[in-house]
Design a protein around this ligand. Structure first.
Ligand code: GSH
Length: 225
């Protein structure tokens, strides 16, 4: 039986859950115990930075959400076209995966991290009295740049059909990034994409399962999806 170690509120855990749900793959969800310092926890032993998600398939351990999606496509395929069969289309899907991870998720996480004392030191865990303003400004500026780039891209290109690697990367990234910097009115295609993604059953399930944890969003979760 496959095991996915993660947390229902974690954006990168969603990225691994979406393909599992999309293909109806049987798996056991192992929720990370966040009271345990990360390098003493299960993922601390199996992930190079103690992060999650981590997929365990028998004796095989797969880290990095993108690699989990790729692994599932190869070893546990189903109806969802996770990686486009056409190699040229697969290159574009992987490029978009990097864009969503590095510039949407990355800048969103940068803003969130600016609220913590030291995310890598469990002893120092907790929120800063004053969030670190330069990091917040830099993360938000990066998000605005990424939104503008994606809006242009969507105006000239079509995404691979859902549920693909791009779906898995884009859904959690846009869901949480929009809480940090709302997608502006001059990015209507990107706003429409976020709505389209949230309407997918696999994504809606992640949103519902994460709902009880919204109080922990350090930036202050808005009263909306
Ligand atoms: N590059 C990693 C990023 C994973 C990641 O950022 N995970 C977050 C949760 S969304 C995490 O483990 N946070 C806890 C920590 O960094 O201590 C991936 O793609 O899987």
């Amino acid at each position: 039986m496959l095991e996915l170690h993660g947390h229902p509120f974690s954006s990168y855990t969603w990225k691994a859950l979406i393909p599992l749900y999309a293909n109806g793959t049987a798996f056991a969800f192992r929720e990370i115990d966040q009271s345990v310092p990360k390098f003493e926890s299960f993922t601390g032993l199996t992930h190079p930075s103690g992060q999650f998600p981590v997929l365990v398939d028998g004796t095989t351990v797969i880290v990095e959400a993108t690699s989990i999606v790729e692994y599932l496509a190869v070893h546990h395929p189903g109806p969802a076209p996770l990686i486009p069969a056409d190699p040229a289309a697969a290159v574009i899907a992987r490029m978009l995966d990097r864009v969503f991870d590095n510039y949407v998720m990355g800048n969103m996480q940068r803003v969130i991290a600016a609220h913590f004392v030291d995310r890598d030191d469990p002893a120092a865990g907790g929120l800063r009295d004053e969030p670190y303003a330069p990091e917040i400004a830099a993360g938000k500026a990066g998000l605005r740049r990424a939104y503008a780039w994606l809006e242009r891209w969507l105006g000239a290109n079509a995404l691979p059909p859902h549920v693909s690697l791009v779906t898995c990367a884009a859904a959690p990234a846009l869901f949480y990034a929009d809480w940090v910097v709302p997608i502006p009115e001059d990015c209507p295609r990107l706003a429409a994409l976020r709505a389209e993604l949230l309407a997918l059953p696999e994504v809606a399930r992640c949103v519902e399962d994460a709902r009880p944890y919204r109080q922990y969003f350090p930036y202050g979760a808005p009263d909306r999806d």
